[in-house]
Ligand binder design. Structure first.
Ligand code: PGA
Length: 249
């Protein structure tokens, strides 16, 4: 059985007090759900969020980390620092990291390898740009992102991987992939993994959709057989919207 997951990526939003307030509201309104619920506040708020959610089922995850264990990497955060505050899941490969911070598939592969070596769980993001889709290259781009960042991993590593397909053109734009486009790509992703590994891995890896998921479209997207949940940006910053999205799963 694949886990259903709804994860909120708060990006560079919410200070310490605002994080605490949003989490308080979320905890109070959290519906009964079989799905795993995760939130990714900024690094500054991670430790206090972990403490605040100690007795909650909501998991606090990180938005990024460095691949090195420690050392002269000004401004970076290591996997051990995250583990030290009991954060053991990390988002890697978000398109904003790729676009604004030059993270290539090779760098992302190093991050994934380190995270898995540290026994962390990885939410790995990838997805094509609009120009790729217009040129009918979206399947090729997605396949090469998976291949270059993940397909050197051993089969056993996949139990700690969650995939998040996020077409870049749908992130923060209000434009969502249609449920059919999401399903088509998620099925392709599973087929690609089955070819590189086997169907057992392809059938058990959770594949989330991300890109302008909101209360109004969540249910239809989540109803697709190969969509196991969502990585939510903007709508996760509003408790009622995030809760409605959790209910939709
Ligand atoms: P969005 O962001 O929901 O605001 O489009 C999704 C994401 O970047 O993970």
């Amino acid at each position: 059985m694949r886990s259903k997951i709804v994860a909120g990526n708060w990006k560079m939003n919410k200070n310490l007090a605002e994080t605490e307030a949003l989490l308080t509201e979320l905890v109070a309104k959290l519906p009964d759900t079989q799905a795993e619920v995760m939130v990714a506040p900024t690094f500054i708020s991670l430790h206090s969020a972990v403490k605040q959610l100690e007795s909650s089922s909501i998991e606090v995850i990180a938005q990024n980390m460095h691949f090195a264990e420690n050392g002269a990497y000004t401004g970076e955060i290591s996997p051990d620092m995250l583990l030290d505050i009991e954060v053991d899941t990390v988002i890697i490969g978000h398109s904003e990291r790729r676009a604004y911070f030059g993270e290539t598939n090779e760098i992302l592969n190093k991050k994934v390898v380190t995270a898995l070596y540290k026994n962390m769980r990885v939410v790995f993001c990838f997805g094509e740009k609009m120009e790729d889709r217009k040129a009918d290259n979206h399947f090729k781009v997605v396949e090469s992102q998976l291949k270059n960042a993940l397909f050197s991993l051993e089969a056993s590593a996949w139990s700690n991987i969650v995939l998040a397909y996020e077409p870049v053109w749908a992130i923060g734009t209000g434009e969502t992939a249609s449920p059919e486009q999401a399903q088509e790509m998620h099925a392709f992703i599973r087929k690609t993994i089955a070819q590189a590994y086997d169907t057992a891995i392809a059938d058990t890896v959770s594949i989330l959709y991300g890109g302008s998921v909101k209360p109004a479209n969540a249910e239809e997207i989540f109803s697709k057989p190969d969509v196991d949940g969502g990585l939510i940006g903007g709508a996760s910053l509003v408790a009622d919207d995030f809760v409605a999205i959790i209910k939709a799963i």
